[in-house]
Design a protein around this ligand. Structure first.
Ligand code: NAD
Length: 428
């Protein structure tokens, strides 16, 4: 997979990073290793369906604004497309294509019967009122609704979209088709058919795969330590569940404003409460402040990056001292850093495996909607545990068999499954 590293260096140097080109390159590397035939390889390099729409929306002041929007259904060989809708000023078709490709590999690696999709509206939601957001959400569904459906394509929340926006979208869809179809969208509010356990699903899935990794790599978690970069939704739940399920002691956490550290341990619940009250970690009385970058280099059992892309690079990777790096964020480790960590013996749990708990519980939401019967929280937890544990084992076995790192193994597992489904359907 050195070709990918060289390629990424070139695109970064040229200043033209096109995420879809990167996604295609990642697929190329896996296709070569799997020996995919040329037709299957070419099929998997492209979205199978793309929709581009223009949405005229009335603003509160009576003017009309025109919004550009996309929906990409990347591959549906394993089931209906699944993926979030992002509202972002810098959204592009290529970003949505790349994210739809990554959703295809994510649903495949956890072996849920769904394909990959993604949507986007080019807008700045911070400049929109609630009523403008509602009209925009409904306009999007009116424009692309014929391509959506529980058997076709199921959107979900993503960057700057919320359960309330999902509720408006579901309502617009149901109005269009004249029937109740709550499973057309996931991430809904609980009273409209959302699932128990969605709020901490991403972190919980990551904690389960960390537990499994510790078993096979012979790492003792009980009484060990953890550091959390990015104390938001994923990060706070990683700290709480790392303590509760893995027996880890939280020693450091950071957010965009700063980082705090106490080698004797910080009660995760106290830090979450402090963050909720003060909207910062700074000033937390039972810890000292440290520079944010220093958190990544602490000698801890598990490091959870839960903030942004490219947190661990070739510059700081040589100083990273954790035993397990559980990537709850998307893309926190650069390809160069990946190789350095592998050589150092750090167990890296790659993002599209480690953070797949969210989409897995979205799938559970759809299943409950289909049955019109809702599960207890304990059932959601048990089923998530089974899915994540099986996914980890599949990737680990592949990494042993092919003698590749866990990220490369996750790609091989995911791409092979999608390729097999395309073949069984007679597409290639
Ligand atoms: P969030 O906005 O709730 O939290 C992000 C946190 O990162 C915030 O506390 C922010 O202050 C902090 N942060 C930003 N810059 C930082 C920096 N330089 N150093 C330290 N902290 C910094 O977002 P989230 O939902 O928790 O998502 C976090 C990551 O996890 C993202 O990469 C997201 O794509 C990924 N993810 C989340 C989910 C989910 O279900 N929430 C699912 C899959 C992937």
């Amino acid at each position: 997979m050195r070709g990918l590293k060289k390629f990424l260096e070139e695109v970064v140097m040229s200043g033209k990073v096109n995420p879809f080109t990167i996604a295609q390159q990642q697929l190329d590397v896996a296709a070569e290793k799997l020996g995919l035939d040329p037709a299957t390889h070419e099929l998997l390099r492209w979205p199978m369906q793309e929709i581009k729409v223009v949405l005229p929306v009335k603003m509160d002041d009576g003017t009309t604004r025109i919004f550009h929007a996309f929906r990409v259904q990347y591959n549906t060989a394993r089931g209906p497309a699944k993926g979030g809708v992002r509202w972002h000023p810098d959204e592009t078709l290529d970003t949505v294509r790349a994210l739809a490709a990554w959703m295809t590999w994510k649903t495949s690696v956890v072996d849920i019967p769904l394909g990959g999709g993604k949507g986007g509206i080019v807008c700045n939601p911070k400049e929109l009122s609630e009523t403008e957001k509602e009209r925009l959400a409904r306009a999007y569904v009116r424009a692309i609704g014929r391509a959506l459906g529980v058997t076709k394509d199921v959107p979900a929340p993503d960057v700057y979209t919320t359960p309330q926006i999902m509720a408006w979208m579901m309502d617009e869809y149901e109005t269009m088709v004249g029937e109740k179809h709550p499973g057309v969208i996931t991430g809904k509010p609980l009273p409209l058919g959302g699932s128990q356990g969605r709020i901490d699903a991403t972190a919980r899935g990551g904690v389960y795969v960390t537990r499994e990794a510790a078993k096979v790599f012979g790492i003792n978690l009980q009484g060990g330590t953890m550091a959390v970069q990015g104390f938001g939704n994923a990060g706070q739940h990683a700290a709480l569940l790392g303590e509760e399920i893995l027996g880890l002691k939280l020693v450091a956490a950071s957010d965009s404003k700063g980082a705090v550290y106490n080698p004797s341990g910080i009660k995760a619940r106290s830090l979450v409460d402090y963050k909720l009250k003060h909207d910062t970690l700074k000033g937390f009385p039972e810890a000292e402040e440290i520079p944010q970058e220093a958190l990544l280099e602490l000698d801890v059992t598990v490091l959870f990056p839960c903030a942004l892309e490219n947190a661990i690079t070739k510059e700081n990777a040589p100083r990273v001292r954790c035993r397990i790096l559980c990537e709850l964020a998307n893309g926190p480790t650069t390809p160069e850093a990946d190789e350095i960590l592998y050589d150092k013996g750090v167990v890296v749990l790659p993002d599209f495996l480690a953070n797949a708990g969210g989409v897995t519980v979205s799938y559970f939401e759809q299943v409950q909607n289909a049955y019109n019967f809702y599960w207890e929280l304990r059932d959601v937890h048990q089923r998530l545990d089974d899915k994540m544990t099986n996914a980890f084992r599949g990737v680990y076995e592949m990494s042993r068999r092919e003698k590749v790192n866990m990220r490369q193994a996750a790609y091989l597992v995911a791409v092979a499954r999608v390729a097999e489904a395309c073949k069984l359907r007679g597409w290639v």
